[in-house]
Every structure is written in C-alpha cells, then in structure tokens.
Design a protein around this ligand. Sequence first.
Ligand SMILES: *Cc1c(COP(=O)(O)O)cnc(C)c1O
Length: 470
Amino acid sequence: MNKKLKEAYNPERFQDVGNQLVEILSSYLKSCFTNEDKKVIKWQSQENQLNYWKVYQNNDPIKFFSDILENSIHLHNPKYMGHQVVPPLPIASLASFLGSMLNNGMATYDSGPASTSIEKSIIEIFNKEIGFDSESDGFLTSGGTIASLTALLCARQTKSDKDIWDKGLDENLAIMVSDEAHYSIDRAVRIMGFGSKGIIKIPVDRNYMMNTDLLEEYYQDSKNRGIKVIAVVGSAPSTSTGVYDNLSKIGDFCKENDLWFHVDGAHGGAAIFSKKYKYLLSGIEKADSIIIDAHKMLLTPSLTTVLLFKDGNNSYSTFRQKAQFLWDYSHEMEWYNSAQRTIECTKYMMSIRLFSIFQFHGKSIFDDYVTTMYDLAKVFSILLKNDPNFEIAIEPVSNIVCLRYILRNLSKSKISELNENIRKKIIEDGEFHIVETILNNETYLRTTLMNPFTEKKHLLQLINKIKEFA
Ligand SMILES: *Cc1c(COP(=O)(O)O)cnc(C)c1O
C-alpha cells in the first residue's frame, strides 16, 4: 500500500488526535458557560482574516483545530444572539462526527441502511406531531432552501395541468407569499422559471402577518392577468420579526381554490413540540407540505431539515414526468431509495443527529428549549419597554426581538443610521453578536435568542452595551 495513504489512515494517530479534539471542545464548552468575559467573536476585517488563512501553514492538527476554533463565531456563548443557527447539543455533534466518518451516501438503501431507516422513523414522529395521518411521508434535506424548492417543485408538478418536468414551462404560474417571507421562496420561484411575475407578494398587516383579507383580491387579479396561482406559502414565522402567519386562514383559502399550501416553518415549525407555543402553528395540519430546520430550533448541527408531505404519494411525483406519475409506477415508490425524491444524490446521513437527541434526551427537550427561548424573548421585551431609550418593532411572538435605540429630536433616518453604527460597533467589539434588519424602511437591531444559557443578566448587559455605543 502507498505509504503516505497508509499513514494518513493510522488508527492510533486518529485516536490520539480525536481525544485531543474532544478535550479542546470540552474546554470550549466549559469556557462559554463559565467565563463571562469571553467574546463571541474575535473580530477581524474580511481582508485580514483572508490573509491569515491564505498564508496559514501548520502541520500540528491540534493547533490547526484550535486556530479554527479561535477564529470562528462561538454559538455556545450566551451572548450570541445573532443568526438563527442553534448551538447544537453535544450528543448531536458527536453523532455528526460519527456520520462524517461513516460517510454513508444515502442515495439508495444499500448506501445507508441504518440512517435511511432511521430517517423514515423520524419523519413518522414529526408527521404524528403535526397531526398528519398514515398517508403522510417526507424526508430530510440539506437545508430549508432546498426543502422549500423541493416542496414547490412538487406543487408545480401536482397543480399544473401540464407536464412541465417533461415539456418545460410554457405557462404563467405563480406562488403567493407574504411580503415578509424568507428570500428562499422568491429564489425557488425563479429557479422554477416562473420569473418575477411568478412571485406575488401579499402585504403584511400592522403586526407583520400576511394580510389574509387580501388573498382573494390578489388571486383574482392574477387570474385576470392570465397568471395561474398554484400555491400559497405561509411563514411560521417570517424571518425578520419572528411573527407567524395565520396558517389556518391560508389553509382554508388554499382548500377553497384547490391550491397547494406550503408552510415555511424553517425557524418556528419546532414549536410543534412546545405545549405552550404550539398554538402559533394552529392550522399547520392543513398544509400539503411543511419544512422545519432542525439546525435552527431543534438543537441539531447544520444542515438538517425535515420536509413533510401530507400526501406521501405526492413526494414521489416531483422528479417524474406526468405520464410516468399517472401510469403505474407504484412499484417504484420506494421510501428507502432516497434519491428518487430528493434534489441531492449523495446526502449526509443527517437522520442520526436528530435520532441521537430523541434517543438520549427525548422529544421533551425540544419543548424545554423552544418554550425557554420564546419565554425569554418576552422577558427581553419587558426590559426594553421599561427603558425610554429603546423601542421594539413588535411584541415578540417567538424568540426573535427587533429593537432600536432612539433619541428624541433625531429624525427617522438619523435613528436608522445611529442603529446601523451601533450594530457595526457591537460586531467589531465581539462581546455580543446581534444582527440588523430593515422594517418599513427603517433599521432595527435584531436579536434571536438561540442559546439556552442566555439569561436576563446577559440581556441587561446587552442593553448597557448598546447605550454605551450609542
Ligand atoms: C432560515 C430560513 C430559511 C432558509 O433555510 P436554510 O436552512 O438556511 O436553507 C427559510 N425560511 C425561513 C423562514 C428561515 O428562517
């Protein structure tokens, strides 16, 4: 055997380096939870960071791992309140490590027997939780963007009379979605070839929810313009404000008009596990398809997305010619051959991450997590409302809180500018991590409370930091 290759696979060396890596990560975890002064991010400009890695040279794997750790953003730090990616549970990260080593391909049953079967059983848990019956089905995909694209391709195949998969697109199709929806929906529509006229944005009401009273009007207007609406997407919740659309109303509208109902629950579909907040998803059982990102609110490393179909048969039609679908191919509907239904051919064996959580912590940990984080947002909102220097965009309904620092006498545009500068300073300072968003043309600071170790005291510290920089 080639000597270099043989050495690269050396099991003893693997064990030695592996043990040390686990040690590094354990100290990282410990320091996140105990060292109050630790920064979330060691800020460097893009150029400096790039130059550092361009010339980087090092043949000590332990130093290599440590350097990456040091230059990355630390999601387990309780002052991380930025993007919607979760600090994963250690057991799920270990499962992820196992998956990276086993590297089962998942396209067909024989390329991943355990993980394929585990995936099927996990999908059943989710479908049951939603309230779908035994006709339902689904699978896991690499991220919410791909999941929504897959679901909408299925909607296109199901709701158009033509065989677009075979003949190409020669009609004007469209999807209706809230003005506040995640850009991945817009992107899916354009990938499907509907163009900009294929995305019909329904304005939101004062609470940033899709104004469902306008659905009929926009639907008729599209019809009059020769555009065939095939689906409506409900956001659960939308990304900027964390507000859930009225899924029940959208579901009824879809049913009346024979439209596909897709729920983008990438962020907040996880609330299905929360006894207290499940009500936000009321009506979700009316959906034809649903996505839930486990790497957002289900404590799982990225990418792991759950894609559910109310009628499992539909999930096999996405990548088929219509004729094929109508004729008999039921013998080809093989749940265990993943690539029949996914955009991905090879895909990571992501089911084992979620399975490890169900096995070792039980699904109740998702209730604990979602409920804790949504509750904390309400605590934060009270702190902000009690401070005359702050304003919140809207009362939080999930764990997303949009706020801004205000000064009387400052114009709206100056206040936006001030908050943009505050956010910039916070990022560069690195103690906290938050993001920003634009609502009604004004800039807000946006926090997503993702870390169960974040407490009221950290929120007060953030408030003080913002004041200091303001
Ligand atoms: C994050 C998000 C997405 C995109 O999901 P990815 O997993 O990042 O591809 C889609 N919709 C909403 C509402 C989201 O919050």
